[in-house]
Ligand binder design. Structure first.
Ligand SMILES: Cc1cc2nc3c(=O)[nH]c(=O)nc-3n(C[C@H](O)[C@H](O)[C@H](O)COP(=O)(O)OP(=O)(O)OC[C@H]3O[C@@H](n4cnc5c(N)ncnc54)[C@H](O)[C@@H]3O)c2cc1C
Length: 444
């Protein structure tokens, strides 16, 4: 590819979205992905958009923050959300996907795109020619992180987070597990595994013996709350696991009068239901300790792990001090950042930033004015929250409804009606963004 082009570094959720959106707007795109030539500590395949945490994008309901963000991305024709919809696993309020089928879908669409050249190699340092989007995620390779440090003059930051184990369904003792939604209400329908008092005691004893597992000098304050390892919560001691990942409330074992002391929930991780994810059971314990720990849960006594949970150190930059609302670096026009490296968290949120970075990289190449996401939309509100955070204390952000601007009129309707009106307002604002800036995809 010798003509002027956009460079995208990182073929994860944000990078794949950025590449697709830039290419759809007529830009030639070169997408660099380090895998499978190199590897990162979190990824295990060579596929683009590999989901390294759970297989869930969150609640797909308009009155929830993740649901509104997903709806906004559908309105924006996001490649990632198209792939998620095409590979959805369980028909519930959660958008949960078959992780292998999802990543294959994205990889095939990118490889088949006539305007995208996929280069399977590490990109570093940052190329000075043409617009560049850096979307290298929490596991950004060291040479690129150093190069970014050279450009921004800011040391990158980091937090710790753990992943949940994946378990082979064939090793689960089905007779003692049961399918139930919490309080039998509109909650995700999971497979439940109980712990009685004795099992819970032994479970907690394994955690107590293992310790927090955090590296020396790190504390709970360095851990992102949504990926908090069981062992850190247990060592902290101020919130019992039975009020968190092992919460038994609203769950009752069929045929048993005795309420369970604790419950571990399992969510199907693929269409065949041959792999299950242990929901919110994030852990970085050693594999033998994870085996010992889970053997105290009814049905998981002989669990075989398809993937053990693991603790990771995740990089991000100080976005409030460095980024513009266009996702362009203030110091270096034409260099954009997107995804977890920019301090966003959550699959839908990183995808939204990739969408804008891709659109703006194409506009940069075409010498058009860069655009911003509308303040009324949650993806726009999320960007504003990111950039107006205090640079001194900045920590990664997860989206919430409270990020949306105050309602002009709070007098009429119920909370549900007002949320529905705000959601409609957000989607209308995105339609206007597309119309007013002529952001319709170019014909190929
Ligand atoms: C421990 C942990 C658990 C998480 N769990 C969840 C979860 O369950 N649900 C959720 O919604 N979010 C989760 N997240 C947050 C976040 O949504 C994900 O990390 C998400 O995958 C980030 O997307 P991304 O596109 O920014 O990065 P990634 O998906 O990691 O993509 C970055 C890509 O860049 C590539 N790369 C890196 N360096 C280079 C280089 N120099 N050259 C070329 N390619 C390079 C990598 O191989 C990778 O493919 C988790 C984060 C952490 C740290």
């Amino acid at each position: 590819m010798h003509e002027a082009h956009v460079t995208i570094i990182g073929g994860g959720l944000a990078g794949a979205e950025a590449a697709y959106q830039a290419a759809r707007r007529g830009a030639a795109v070169r997408l660099y992905e380090i895998r499978p030539e190199g590897q990162t500590p979190m990824h295990s395949t060579g596929l683009l958009a590999e989901l390294t945490g759970s297989g869930s994008f969150g609640l797909d309901q308009l009155d929830r923050a993740t649901g509104l963000l997903i709806a906004e991305l559908r309105r924006l024709d996001s490649l990632i959300i198209q792939a998620a919809d095409a590979t959805r696993v369980i028909d519930s309020s959660l958008l949960t996907v078959d992780r292998q089928a999802f990543a294959e879908h994205v990889t095939e669409r990118i490889q088949a795109h006539p305007h995208i050249e996929l280069c399977r190699q590490e990109a570093a340092p940052v190329s000075p020619q043409g617009p560049v989007v850096i979307a290298t995620g929490p596991m950004t390779s060291s040479p690129l992180a150093r190069s970014l440090f050279g450009i921004t003059g800011h040391e990158y930051r980091f937090f710790y987070g753990a992943t949940e184990p994946l378990i082979d369904a064939a090793s689960i003792h089905d007779d003692v597990t049961w399918l139930q939604a919490r309080f039998d209400q509109d909650q995700p329908l999971y497979r439940n595994c109980a712990l009685d008092e004795g099992q819970l005691e032994r479970f907690l004893a394994v955690l107590a013996e293992a310790g927090s597992g955090l590296p020396e000098g790190a504390s709970i304050h360095n851990v992102f709350s949504q990926y908090l390892p069981l062992e850190v919560t247990a060592a902290q001691g101020d919130r019992p696991l039975t009020a968190g990942p092992l919460n038994p409330a609203g769950l009752s074992r069929p045929g048993s009068e005795q309420p369970p002391s604790a419950v571990c929930q399992l969510c199907a991780d693929n269409a065949e239901h041959s792999v299950y994810r242990a929901v919110n059971m994030h852990t970085g314990l050693s594999p033998p300790d994870q085996q010992r720990l889970f053997s105290n849960i009814s049905g998981l006594e002989r669990a075989e792990f398809v993937r053990y949970g693991a603790l990771h150190r995740a990089l991000y930059i100080n976005s409030p001090a460095l980024l513009q609302p266009t996702y362009e670096l203030s110091r270096r026009p034409g260099l954009l950042l997107a995804g977890a490296i920019a301090g966003l968290q959550g699959y839908a949120a990183v995808t939204a930033s990739g969408w804008l970075a891709g659109v703006n990289a194409a506009r940069c190449l075409q010498r058009k004015q860069l655009v911003e996401l509308p303040a009324e939309s949650l993806c726009g509100a999320m960007t504003r929250s990111l950039l107006t955070a205090d640079p001194e204390t900045f920590r990664p952000l997860a989206v919430n409804f409270g990020m949306l601007p105050e309602e002009a009129d709070t007098s009429g309707g119920s909370k549900e009606q007002r949320r529905a009106a705000r959601a409609q307002n957000a989607l209308d604002a995105l339609d206007r963004l597309i119309e007013e800036n002529d952001l319709h995809p170019a014909e190929l």
